[in-house]
Design a protein around this ligand. Structure first.
Ligand code: HEM
Length: 473
């Protein structure tokens, strides 16, 4: 099954509410009175394969058969439960950190970015890293990047050929990589060949490319549960680590640190409440986390939104009219609604999770301590009761509605909410607006693109291929 591109017209409300469903920590006696969620009855290998390769078919099929809470056998130890009820999501986002730590600590990224980065650590260590990293990702700090994002975007769009099919995902990635290199390392434009900056940029592109190879994905599986990388992952990371440590060392010696706005320079000056600074290894782990978490996600989110737009003429025309009409307020509003709808319909990270440390109620079911409880963002975003006509791409559904904290969750939530959300939104606004203003785009083939799964992300199977019909001055 693919997600249906178009759905019949719908006259009713476009945003609704789910009926309440009790959720949260409970005592052992109450847990004993409730059944455990139904288990998907397929061999583990088959479930793992289907989940990794066809997550959409897998979770929508399981929800049809078992309801909104079910359990699967997978590679995450403890057989994960999958839920899609907003009240269950709320119980996990609002849980005390020790009651429901994030599952990212167990992800294949752990040996790559280390066990102590903001993404992979839990408990007090996570809070420490998060506090250190928050200031440069604040809305106001992000405003300072907007003109740089505009420049990078205009430069990239100007290169696109007219009339030929082009895959948007790699082109979006070129933009988001420039933004991240500039924002994080203070590297601007295309660095000179032979420079450390050039080596770093090439290593990042190489790593992302290599992560699509089947061998690399297998290698990544070999790394699950480890703190240090092994095999070809270790070898490949060397290319990234050498220039990264070199840039850190050079920046430490910089005399203009206080005047610099890039995240590396800000982190070099950051101190914990105890007055501790980040070590080189910590800096490397956090910088790599930001590069890996931040650039492919944003690029594919944009690519998906365009994949939807070119196949939904009403939404596409509405966006173009608003952006080209000369009313800035209307333009900003429609751009925002289109991004919100794009991220609802195609969340790049389709699932996130926590490991509960207490008995936990999930509606009519209970699960014991140590159960991995995952939230299917994809299923939450396609609930009929919350989003009537959920498979239709309708940016106007956001006309009088704000995204709900527990019903619109492409950035996750609670104390693990995406640190780069403000940056990702700023990038998407600039790029979507510039493309809608400057380009007339059309699909290459009318069939919707399938979702393929790469590591933790869900990306369009043909990279959101479009044709530029014309470019405006
Ligand atoms: C459209 C783009 C993006 C999407 C959809 C996205 C999505 C997510 C999601 C779902 C999580 C996990 C949240 C949870 O478990 O509750 C996350 C965490 C994170 N993201 Fe993003 N992200 C995006 C862009 C970025 C950017 C641009 C950066 C930084 C440059 C970034 C940095 C991070 C970090 C550091 C975390 C870990 C936060 C923590 O555990 O405290 N992300 N992101």
């Amino acid at each position: 099954m693919t997600l249906a591109p178009e759905a019949p017209a719908h006259d009713g409300r476009l945003i609704g509410e789910a009926p309440p469903s009790p959720a949260g920590p409970i005592d052992a006696a109450e847990a004993a009175s409730l059944p455990t969620p139904p288990m998907i009855d397929l061999p583990r290998v088959l479930q793992t394969l289907r989940f990794n390769q066809r997550q959409i078919d897998f979770v929508f099929g399981a929800r049809r058969r078992h309801g909104e809470v079910f359990r699967m056998r997978g590679i995450v130890p403890g057989d994960p439960v999958i839920t899609s009820h907003p009240d269950h999501v709320q119980s996990l986002f609002k849980a005390k950190p020790d009651d429901a730590p994030s599952l990212t600590g167990e992800s294949p990224l752990r040996p790559i970015v280390g066990p102590n980065s903001v993404l992979t650590s839990v408990g007090p260590r996570h809070m420490r890293q998060r506090k250190l990293l928050l200031p440069p990702f604040h809305g106001e700090a992000i405003d300072e990047y907007v003109s740089m994002i505009v420049e990078v975007t205009e430069r990239e769009i100007a290169k696109w050929p007219v009339g030929e099919p082009i895959a948007l995902a790699p082109r979006m990635q070129a933009i988001t990589l420039d933004v991240i290199m500039s924002g994080i390392f203070g590297i601007e434009g295309t660095p000179e060949r032979g420079s450390t900056e050039h080596a770093l940029r090439r290593a990042v592109v190489g790593l992302i490319e290599a992560s699509t190879w089947k061998t690399a994905q297998l290698a990544e599986l070999m790394n699950i549960g480890r703190d240090e990388p092994v095999g070809i992952t270790k070898f490949g990371l060397g290319f990234l680590d050498r220039p990264t440590f070199k840039i850190i060392a050079e920046r430490r010696r910089a005399t203009d640190l206080e005047d610099r706005r890039d995240i590396l320079s800000l982190l070099l000056q950051a101190r914990t409440e105890e007055g501790e600074a980040l070590t080189d290894q910590e800096l490397r782990d956090e910088l790599l986390t930001l590069v890996l978490a931040g650039h492919e996600t944003t690029a594919n989110s944009l690519a998906w939104t365009w994949e939807r737009l070119v196949r939904t003429p009403a939404a596409h025309d509405r966006l173009r009219d608003a952006v080209r009409g000369g009313d800035q307020e209307l333009s900003d509003k429609v751009v925002e609604q289109t991004i919100q709808e794009g991220m609802r319909a195609r969340p790049v990270i389709p699932i996130i999770g926590r490991r509960v440390k207490k008995h936990w109620r999930l509606g009519e079911y209970a699960v014991p301590p140590e159960t991995p409880v995952t939230m299917s963002i994809l299923l939450v975003h396609h609930r009929e009761d919350v989003y009537p006509d959920p498979f239709a791409f309708r940016p106007e559904r956001w006309e009088n509605a704000k995204p709900g904290t527990y019903t619109w969750i492409p950035f996750g939530g609670g104390i693990r909410r995406c640190l780069g959300a403000a940056l990702a939104m700023a990038e998407q606004r600039v790029v979507l607006e510039a493309m809608a203003r400057r380009l007339d785009l059309a699909y290459d083939t009318p069939e919707p693109e399938r979702a393929i799964h790469r590591n933790v992300t869900m990306i369009p199977s043909r990279g959101a291929t479009v044709r530029v019909l014309s470019r405006r001055a």
